[in-house]
Design a protein around this ligand. Structure first.
Ligand SMILES: Cc1cc2nc3c(=O)[nH]c(=O)nc-3n(C[C@H](O)[C@H](O)[C@H](O)COP(=O)(O)OP(=O)(O)OC[C@H]3O[C@@H](n4cnc5c(N)ncnc54)[C@H](O)[C@@H]3O)c2cc1C
Length: 452
């Protein structure tokens, strides 16, 4: 940290708000598995929206980029700086209000996803969004990426649960859009422009969240099929059955082989479908029984009655990322999304692309949303593997578009998919997208080099 920049920032924030140096932990996110490490001139930890505004004002006056940072669990490199000031929201962690009777919570951006869910749960309420790194990811980061997760199938992504935002926008103004209200069509939907904007339009400092009564019970089963074609046909059956399911996840044969299902010995190589229902206890039992009947073509259905067995299912599913990474030390994992009826094409296509580039490939993900974590395994530190995986990823994006899908269903563009939007969007749509950025951030200092 240059001493003059640090002195300037100290005059804006005081001693508690500026780190003496730039720890490496503020220069990375989950793209570290792709060997991505950033650089920064300073790290600030403002403690209020006004302090966030003061930093942005200073940055705008002095023309220094600002990179908002949540829990650093993003997969797109969005929080990885390339110079400038890292602005971490970790000290904005107050629950400003919690009103169980009106099913709402007002939290600051640095509150973690898990804290919101636990706080709601303690009062019999439920905050459904459940991206996989909830102990570390922050609500601000979830909103800035419009994070999904397994239960987005039933409940939608994070944005569906946000009724209002407090945002600091250039050159340093605190604004409010929406609030503790459940409907609002008064103006253009600015709130949804910030949702998923990856820190490029404004810095979210607080959010009003909508909650629902917690389901009385939940139950999951895992069904194993010989291959992706049979498995995807079964997923189609499930969708068409009209059953009220909360999550439908899949793990393909290659991913399962990389991380054998600890709870189902002997199932070494199969296509797995995880199905969960939530609701009143009796209804959940009936729904899961009906789902199992629908999955009649399965070789084996694991259906534990105990909470330990249930927890094992989700532990296995959540361990997929690290299990696959452990195969060769690294992976390039994408998050393409396709129409539900094209899931098998995307899964098989991922493997074909991997084979063409001599890479082990697999996928798993949120089958009910047509959202795949298509993955190419690479040897950590091997540039030729990474180069091959980058070429494979480009073919994967082409495939997703050809199938009528999108290049990102969850993680966003960040730096990892830079240049891709303009390949797929119509020129006029992309022009409008770019102009929005200019309107919000005319000097281009908010998280530059990300998203567009
Ligand atoms: C094990 C694991 C499982 C995961 N599972 C899922 C999943 O199921 N679904 C899913 O969608 N994602 C998943 N993720 C990715 C990640 O957890 C989400 O993208 C999450 O929302 C990121 O939140 P964060 O606080 O860590 O944000 P960061 O990584 O810190 O930042 C992400 C982006 O948001 C911006 N940002 C952060 N905070 C703010 C703010 N307050 N205001 C403005 N911009 C901000 C950053 O600049 C950056 O562009 C997973 C990650 C891991 C490691």
């Amino acid at each position: 940290v240059s001493s003059s920049l640090r002195d300037d920032l100290l005059s804006v924030l005081g001693a508690g708000g500026v780190l003496p140096d730039v720890p490496r932990s503020y220069l990375i996110d989950e793209t570290e598995t792709r060997d991505v490490v950033g650089r920064a001139d300073a790290v600030v930890l403002p403690a209020s929206a006004d302090e966030v505004a003061a930093v942005l004002r200073f940055a705008y006056e002095t023309r220094i980029p600002v990179v908002p940072r949540g829990g650093g669990t993003g997969y797109a490199g969005g929080a990885v700086p390339d110079g400038g000031i890292v602005l971490s929201l970790e000290r904005l962690k107050a629950v400003r209000s919690f009103d169980p009777f009106h099913w709402r919570m007002h939290v600051e951006a640095g509150v973690t996803t898990a804290q919101v869910r636990e706080r709601a749960r303690a009062s019999g309420l439920y905050f459904p969004p459940d991206p996989g790194a909830g102990e570390q990811s922050q609500i601000g980061g979830n909103i800035a990426t419009n994070a999904g997760g397994p239960h987005a199938f039933k409940y939608g992504t994070t944005g569906a649960w946000v009724t209002g935002l407090e945002v600091v926008v250039p050159p340093g103004d605190v604004i409010h859009v929406g609030g503790p209200i459940r409907k609002d069509v008064a103006g253009y939907d600015l709130k949804h422009l910030f949702i998923g904007s990856e820190g490029t339009l404004g810095i979210i400092t607080a959010a009003w969240l909508r909650l629902i009564p917690a389901p009385e019970a939940s139950r999951a089963i895992v069904a194993f099929f010989p291959g992706a074609v049979e498995g995807c046909a079964a997923i189609d059956e499930l969708l068409g059955s009209g059953l009220d399911l909360a999550a439908i996840e899949f793990v393909d044969e290659e991913a399962l082989a990389a991380t054998p299902a600890a709870f189902a010995p002997g199932v070494g190589r199969a296509f797995a479908i995880l199905v969960e229902a939530e609701g009143a206890t009796a209804a959940v039992g009936e729904t899961i029984e009906a789902a199992a009947e629908t999955l009649v073509g399965a070789d084996f259905i694991y259906s534990p009655e105990t909470s330990v067995g249930q927890a094992a299912i989700w532990r296995w599913r959540e361990g997929m990322t690290s299990g696959v990474t452990a195969q060769l030390g690294g992976k390039v994992s994408e998050d393409v999304v396709v129409p539900l009826d094209r899931l098998a094409d995307a899964i098989l296509g991922t493997r074909e692309i991997g084979a063409r580039h001599a890479l082990r490939a697999c996928s798993w993900g949120h089958a009910g949303d047509g959202n795949l974590h298509s993955t190419f395994m690479v040897r950590r530190g091997d540039p030729s593997d990474f180069a091959a995986a980058d070429r494979a990823a480009l073919e994967l994006f082409d495939l997703a578009i050809r199938l009528g899908g999108s290049i990102s269903g969850e993680h966003g563009i960040g730096t990892q998919k830079l240049g891709q939007l303009e390949r797929y969007w119509q020129p006029r749509a992309y022009e409008l997208h770019t102009k929005l950025k200019d309107v919000f951030d005319p000097l281009g200092l908010l998280n530059p080099g990300k998203k567009l």
